[in-house]
Design a protein around this ligand. Sequence first.
Ligand code: ADP
Ligand code: MG
Length: 599
Amino acid sequence: MAVIRQLPDRLVNQIAAGEVIENPAAAVKELVENSIDAGATRIAVHLTQSGKSRLVIEDNGIGMDAHSLELCLMRHATSKLQDDDLLAIYSLGFRGEALPSIASVSRITIHSRARGANDGWSIECHAGDIVGVKPSSQKEGTRIEVRDLFYATPARLKFLKSDRAELMQVKDIINRLAMAYPEIEFIVTHDDKKILQYHACDALDRIAAIMGREFKSSSMPVMANAEGIEFSGFASLPTFHKGNAKSQYLFVNKRPVRDRLLMGVLKGAYADVLAGANYPLVALFINLPQDHVDVNVHPTKAEVRFKNPQTIRNLMFHGIQSAIREHGRESASLLPQQESRFVGYGGGRGGSFPRRPVSSSTAPSVNYTFPESAFQPHSRVAEQPVYPSANNGQNTCTDIAEDQPSYPLGSALAQFHENYILAQTHDGIVLVDQHAAHERLVYERMKEALREKGIKRQILLVPEVVTLSIDTADLLTEQKDLLQEAGMVIERFGEDAIIVREIPAILADRMNIKDMVNALADEVEDIGTVAGLGEKINHLLATISCHGSVRSGRRLNAGEMNALLRQMEDTPLSGQCNHGRPTMIRLSLDDIERLFKRQ
Ligand code: ADP
Ligand code: MG
């Protein structure tokens, strides 16, 4: 017969460490969260060999007395769950698990002095064996030193990545926490070199310090409220994006999360303006009453469970969409904003010009906004350009430039390389990519028509039966009405299948029904609803509009060019093509003078 025995504490802690303390970054996360919970206003992290051989966290928080020092290394000992209520968690920690877990796999020393106390104390612990409490000269606050992480569980050591990769993860953790707590100063050193420093500042400055200063001028505020839930933050203009999701910072009650539901909503909200593998940069905060969210569902609390996921989903989707619509005629900034100064890693990058924002996949462009007043055609273009354009006057239209009132996108001066339009505005110039611009115009018009006339359905001669799991068939059947609105008529077919009777006419010859149903099913499972069909239709419209657009290489006369400019002014989201590339670049005279170093 097998003998059952109670496992010794040390082993239990090591098992917990296996789950919660995956790498140095995870240890840093737990310790920095403790410092935040302790009310620190300054937190310093010192790493040696990316934290593998030594990591030190110093804070000026409330500290601990000698008795607390002993308790804090005990399993499930915490000061944070005073009411025994798991739905009323106001701190980042609550399980009382981190310190004993870290202590069971490393050599840890904690020095601490409680706020207002005369004496400091220290405690040491080696692989779970407490060495004892001693007096310490520690100033108010706490200093925790962890040496030789995982020396007691060498198997884990083997799974660690290179120093560089581990360091990146530590930086990422600090960035995520720093973004939620801009009022706290953070400093990180690695092998005695300072690698991050964030001074206490306001939320947007902290976000810019972490994302890069271009973010400030290339993002839009996002805000929405409903049912006691507050959604706010900043999201990049569609033209300012990255090839990966690393700059997507999401928070629930100031807790950094990587939640699939939220990531899915974000993707959906940008789908119309950012095609393919492009990701917006965002710092978005959801604040809601504690009892509307369960944070106790993931060992490192990276995921949460919402009481009303659908409300959150709608709030977030509409919040982002209305910001995109409101700023849809802008494209990201190219020239660094002079006023935005901040201290941050990389903050001292040389200010040479031109610099591409974020990634090489992002085409350069310059601020483009419509001030409301600019819509009134009041003033006239001040002066006719002195020099007629080259090209033997073939493409010039200086003759009409003087007759064009001062529209936001100005009047066309010339076309060059058979795809670009140069226009003069009242305070600078605009360059337009005629193909990209036209593509967006056609796309918006097609969507408009679809909205007005509804989605035409086509009845399938042979209805298609798609077999799914019973659960998935249930989920999809629940979305029947929504699917019908998007042009797809389905019915339940036995226990584990659905039958598709009608599909959107526009997709008729272009979609594999089984694939589509499976993709929709995945989506319902992932984010609880089907945005996918509408997205697919939009994607198709985008593709069609791409092919039906003015190709580069077509000569346009002055009238055609100006007509294109006027249509862009009237079209929502005209600042980017369907792939998130800017359709225009605007340079003000100020910008031009800066380029020529006259300022
Ligand atoms: P939890 O954070 O879930 O309570 P931990 O094991 O991380 O569990 O910490 C245990 C306890 O130790 C905390 O509840 C807190 O009272 C105390 N503690 C840990 N770190 C600090 C710190 N930096 N300053 C003051 N108290 C701390
Ligand atoms: Mg903790």
